[in-house]
Design a protein around this ligand. Structure first.
Ligand SMILES: [Zn+2]
Ligand SMILES: [Zn+2]
Ligand SMILES: [Zn+2]
Ligand SMILES: [Zn+2]
Ligand SMILES: [Zn+2]
Ligand SMILES: [Zn+2]
Length: 251
């Protein structure tokens, strides 16, 4: 297999396609979760990214925050160097999709979760909703997977017909076998219905690839611009230097 290398705006070096060694514990720089599948990384820097996280776009229009686009930040923008995810309510210290104006922050993995999913113990497709399904926001309700209480401000997967709800994490870890291909088919169907609207949010690979390509091109352009600037500075330096001494001499 030919080694595939990629670039990411958050790291200066080329990232190589790598395979985790057996028993090796590697965490993703972007989402802080362990990596068990082939990934891209920079060994000298101990920098590793899930391929999914690597493909996350630089900017995202997310239906949970329709007023502003979210920007991907490699480090939290707060003095505490951490953020609280508006989707799952837990802290993050790594990459985030953020709206600085509203102090709205999402884990990369929460921002990229599918809009619909299936869980093992429920026959219907669950829809992602961005807060309590009940009108009365003081209603306390529990996750139908783990029985733990749910924060009325946090996101959940929900089936309205059955009033069945699950934490994002509970739904993800109880995914039905074949969940992926089925939910992807469902998502594609939905995409057609929506005429491709809010396609940026869907974890569609094409979009991610496009964004990646854009990011790579941007980086390359920046590098070229930087090089040109250095060259220009060099030339200017020579020129200023010599003319200065020359002038000095003539005085
Ligand atoms: Zn990751
Ligand atoms: Zn590096
Ligand atoms: Zn989160
Ligand atoms: Zn905002
Ligand atoms: Zn739960
Ligand atoms: Zn149901």
């Amino acid at each position: 297999m030919k080694p595939q290398s990629k670039q990411h705006f958050s790291h200066d070096h080329i990232l190589l396609l790598l395979q985790p060694d057996e028993g090796e514990l590697i965490n993703c720089q972007a989402c802080e979760n362990p990596i068990s599948e082939p990934f891209h990384g920079c060994l000298p820097c101990n920098f590793h990214l899930h391929d999914g996280c690597l493909a996350a776009p630089r900017s995202l229009d997310h239906p949970s925050h329709p007023s502003h686009p979210l920007t991907l930040h490699p480090t939290p923008t707060y003095p505490s160097r951490s953020f609280t995810c508006n989707a799952c309510g837990s802290q993050g210290k790594a990459y985030s999709f953020s709206c600085a104006r509203c102090e709205f922050d999402l884990h990369v993995q929460c921002a990229c979760m599918p809009k619909t999913t299936l869980v093992g113990n429920h026959p219907h497709q669950l829809k992602m909703i961005f807060g309590s399904p009940y009108k009365d926001k003081t209603t306390i309700f529990a996750c139908d997977v783990c029985d733990g209480t749910m924060d009325p401000d946090q996101w959940l997967y929900y089936c309205g017909a059955c009033d069945f709800g699950a934490h994002l994490g509970c739904a993800a870890s109880n995914g039905r076998p074949g969940n992926d291909s089925r939910s992807k088919a469902a998502r594609e169907e939905e995409e057609e219905e929506n005429g491709g609207a809010n396609v940026g949010w869907k974890d569609s690979r094409v979009e991610a690839e496009k964004a990646m390509f854009e990011a790579e091109r941007e980086l390359q352009e920046q590098r070229i611009a930087h090089q040109l600037m250095l060259q220009a500075l060099d030339n200017a330096g020579d020129y200023v230097g010599s003319s200065y001494t020359r002038k000095y001499y003539y005085y």
